[in-house]
Design a protein around this ligand. Structure first.
Ligand code: NDP
Length: 293
């Protein structure tokens, strides 16, 4: 007998992303008309093909939003000092509002040194320790883009967060951990799972909202998900045939969940969108400070 249970509703990241971009474009245009164009500089060291693709996407998205963007591409053997000096010069440049260091970096450059060199006021990726620490108190200047995008997807879909049981699979510094802090700030009850978690299912099955960011194709399957749960798949895994899949087995999980994000077209578009929002917000703050001075 075929399964007649209704499939989960799709959370359409492309549509929500377009809406958010249109709203923020109005703010970017207003800044351009009143004071100056918001500016983002991307620093990339070495030519990693995957990073190159991400960077080109970000630069194209900037152009569409009316943000002036610049790529500073350094050879793979560039010394750390050169990159740090470039970041410090950008910190002092009033036409640059956001600085992004594209990861990964070659081994001679410490990721920590590079990220800490960025002024917290221009740290539009939200990876500086100041911004990471601000997530604890709810006073971060720039929320990190992927978790910020997940929150935006939930809010724009009208899914309540307060008081919900949230499980996050994945505890990385850029997704899982900040995601957990953002949910806690919104008064959800949070479990963060990682490789050493014993019996993953006991956590996933308890979740009203399940966020999966492990980088493991089809890690979460239908029997691991509570009926009616909201499932957000952050994972991006490229198969040998070139297609992309997430960390969630879409077929089995979409029969249990009430809402689910597709891959591609779910969280991915939101990450770039939130970078654009953070850059426009940085420019707005910079001009508000100039006006107040
Ligand atoms: P990392 O590899 O840095 O972290 C993966 C996390 O998942 C780690 O905490 C790891 O645990 C945990 N993990 C791995 N396997 C398991 C498992 N079997 N059970 C439980 N936990 C597990 O990855 P990222 O956080 O950078 O990215 C995660 C995924 O999200 C990737 O597919 C990436 O491509 C994607 N991504 C998507 C973005 C988007 O815009 N859609 C943006 C950023 C990332 P431990 O800490 O113990 O090693």
């Amino acid at each position: 007998m075929s399964d007649t249970r209704p499939a989960a509703k799709l959370i359409d990241g492309k549509r929500i992303s377009s809406e958010v971009r249109a709203e923020w474009k109005v703010r970017a245009d207003r800044l351009c008309a009143l004071v100056a164009t918001p500016g983002l500089t991307v620093i990339m060291v070495g030519e990693n093909p995957a990073s190159g693709l991400y960077v080109r996407n970000k630069l194209r998205a900037c152009e569409e939003m009316g943000i002036r963007s610049e790529l500073r591409l350094y050879p793979a053997d560039t010394p750390e000092q050169t990159v740090l000096e470039s970041i410090r010069a950008l910190n002092a440049d009033p036409t640059c509002h956001g600085i992004l260091v594209q990861l990964p970096l070659p081994p001679q450059i410490s990721v920590r040194h590079a990220l800490e060199a960025i002024s917290p006021d221009k740290d539009v990726d939200g990876f500086h320790l100041y911004n990471v620490g601000g997530l604890i108190t709810g006073e971060t200047v720039f929320p990190p883009c992927t978790p910020y995008g997940v929150m935006m997807l939930l809010d724009r879909t009208g899914i309540p967060v307060t008081g919900q049981n949230v499980t996050i699979v994945g505890a990385s510094n850029i997704v899982g951990k900040p995601m957990g802090l953002m949910f806690l700030q919104r008064e959800a009850t949070v479990a963060i799972c990682h490789v050493k978690t014993r019996d993953l299912t006991q956590y996933t099955i308890a979740a009203d909202i399940l966020v999966v960011a492990a980088g493991q194709p089809n890690l979460v399957t239908g029997p691991m998900v509570r009926t009616g749960a909201v499932v957000i798949d952050v994972g991006i895994n490229r198969l040998p045939d070139g297609s992309l899949i997430g960390d969630v087995d879409f077929d089995s999980v979409s029969r249990k969940a009430s809402y689910i994000t597709p891959v591609p077209g779910g969280v991915g578009p939101m990450t770039v969108t939130m970078l654009l929002c953070n850059t426009v917000a940085a420019a707005e703050r910079s001009y508000a400070q100039l006006k107040a001075a």
